[in-house]
Design a protein around this ligand. Sequence first.
Ligand code: MG
Length: 408
Amino acid sequence: MLGGVGWRDLQMDGSRRDDERDIEITDVRCVVIEGNFPWNLIKVETSAGEYGLGEAFPGPASEYIEFLRPGLVGQNPFDIDRLTEHMTQLLSGLGGSLGYSQAAVSGIETALFDVVGKLVDLPAYQLMGGKYRDAVRIYCDCHAGEALAESSDADPREIYSPASYADAAREVIDEGFDALKFDLDVRIEDADTATRRLSNDAVEHKLAIVEAVREEIGADPALAFDLHWNFSVETAERIARGLEEYDLAWLEDPVPPEGVDSHRKVTAAASTPILAGENLTRVEGFLPFLTEQAVDIIAPDLQKAGGLLEFRKIATVADAFDMPVAPHNISSPVGTMASVHACATVPNAFALEWHAREVEWWDDLLVREEPLIEDGEIAVPEAPGLGIELDTEVAAEHTAPGEEMFEL
Ligand code: MG
């Protein structure tokens, strides 16, 4: 076992507790479901016979869970925050507060909320301090390439035409969404991309796409565009300034993710709101972006940033800077519902991403009467825990090669 002696002893026995809450974690398991991403579903089992489900961001979660299992079995699942810190400390030699470590921690933490909610018969949002809203607004990620492209041989200016974006936007609006996002980092010029610089003509093409979408859907829907960290500060500033008149909800990830200063420059250069943060973890990762006013909106990913409580901490600090949160989300219905609970508990949650429009069995993965998303929002569940029931047969049909669905 790596790690040696922890600098903080976080392995208390939790024995001073009423009998019905004196229970233990007995196992932690992981299965990969092949959605439009490899969805890591995590199950925490307890001595009370109740289990919890969570989801970790795509990556080698099962390896991290194997590593964490000995430190979790025997622990009391009610100590969610302490166990999150305990796991982070155990993983300190494997990235600790960052990357795949926090993805695994996030998934397990979410499963703890699910099981604790079931044990005390309360929805997860209620355990986190209650809710600000009965439903969470969902923004639909409309991609660009795959969703719009008929053929990869065609001229990219024809595939990524303003009209094709406008058509896609109309479809999504007609499905009931009033918030949507497209990729705007599509490549239409043959240039030296290592410079991260775009010609004026290429920038004009992007502006034409945004103009066409705005014209199609009108001024009201929240409209965002993602640049996926691709550009230099100078090019990002030209794009952000050019987009000012279209009153976007945000322009996402204009420059490489690490640079607080470069984000601050782009944010200061134009009135177009700048969003970033899907790569950041825990409060300490977000803090410089908040204190330096480097962005206008942050986008923590609940399956990566540390889990529900860590999201709440991040959102609380952001709110102290009067900054909204619009969580990144590429998860299955399990992680999405966890994000819904968390978004319900903070005042400054603006909208939650949905990235799985092309997954035809999305709604089948949960046992429920109604579609998960209705009229562009998800109702905050009242059932205990995450308020979901996984359809194990559907999950088993979509497990990744070599994976075996766990029993529930
Ligand atoms: Mg993004």
